[in-house]
Write a protein that binds this ligand. Structure first.
Ligand code: SF4
Length: 252
């Protein structure tokens, strides 16, 4: 049983995260497909989604942000007309274009935005020099879909996590996922004064006054997905799934 399907976009990004794992993928699967409609081999993905009963389809990226794709709405329309599983459509993005493309953003069923910090200096260390922190407050005001926040933790923002979560709470965020980089062995002291209310696939889930926070570790997580890469490669391979997801921490 496949949990979800990723449609992965490749090409230049509007951020330059030093940890962008997509950059380590073979050139073929991170080629620029931002202007290609429909994505190469989409028919095979749709066939597999329908055959396997996949109920979640994610727009994400290997080396780019999926909101840089020029045909988001057309692709959503095409999928909604041909996928028969009642799937929901999720955007995994760095949020940089969310306001500018808010009408498109609201065409998804939900979104997961990667945001490592509200502090400009920290954000630039993690997402690239001369970049601006997206205005999450404005995004949430204008969004008509549920928005989850994904926060990668490393040495730059580990000490800010408590204040980061407090700010998310103040903004009315309902769900946050804290992530570690693939292969990360360092221990981050986060939420150590809290007790998990449950575990999701082995990952502790906390309740911070109504805001759900999951501390996610890919190394301890097993999930399966279909992955359509920019060159048309279609896989159900767990490792590639992890690479794609980690790359888009960021983007998703
Ligand atoms: S990690 Fe994501 S947002 Fe950062 S450069 Fe890579 S694709 Fe872009």
């Amino acid at each position: 049983m496949m949990d979800f399907a990723n449609i992965l976009f490749g090409g230049p990004c509007n951020r330059r995260c030093p940890f962008c794992i997509g950059q380590q993928l073979p050139l073929a699967v991170r080629q620029d497909n931002l202007d290609r409609f429909p994505p190469t081999n989409l028919g095979a993905l749709i066939e597999a989604v329908n055959r396997l009963g996949v109920r979640q389809i994610v727009f994400t990226g290997t080396t780019t942000d999926p909101q840089l794709y020029r045909h988001e709405c057309r692709l959503l329309e095409l999928l909604r007309s041909q996928v028969t599983t009642g799937a929901s459509y999720s955007l995994h993005s760095n949020g940089v274009l969310a306001i500018k493309k808010i009408e498109v953003f609201n065409q998804y069923d939900k979104a997961c935005l990667s945001l490592p910090s509200f502090e400009s200096t920290t954000y630039q260390r993690m997402m690239g020099a001369n970049t601006q922190v997206p205005d999450l407050e404005k995004i949430l005001e204008r969004s008509r879909i549920p928005v989850k926040i994904s926060c990668l933790i490393n040495e730059h923002n580990a000490s800010e996590i408590d204040s980061f979560l407090a700010r998310c709470q103040r903004l009315g965020v309902e769900r946050v996922v804290l992530r570690r980089l693939l292969g990360e062995t360092r221990h981050w002291e986060v939420l150590e004064d809290h007790h998990p209310v449950r575990f999701y696939r082995g990952n502790p889930v906390y309740d911070l006054a109504g805001m759900e926070v999951t501390f996610w570790s890919f190394d301890e997580t097993r999930s399966t997905s279909l992955n359509l890469f920019p060159d048309g490669t279609l896989t159900g391979d767990y490792h590639l799934t992890r690479v794609g997801e980690t790359s888009t921490v960021a983007a998703g």
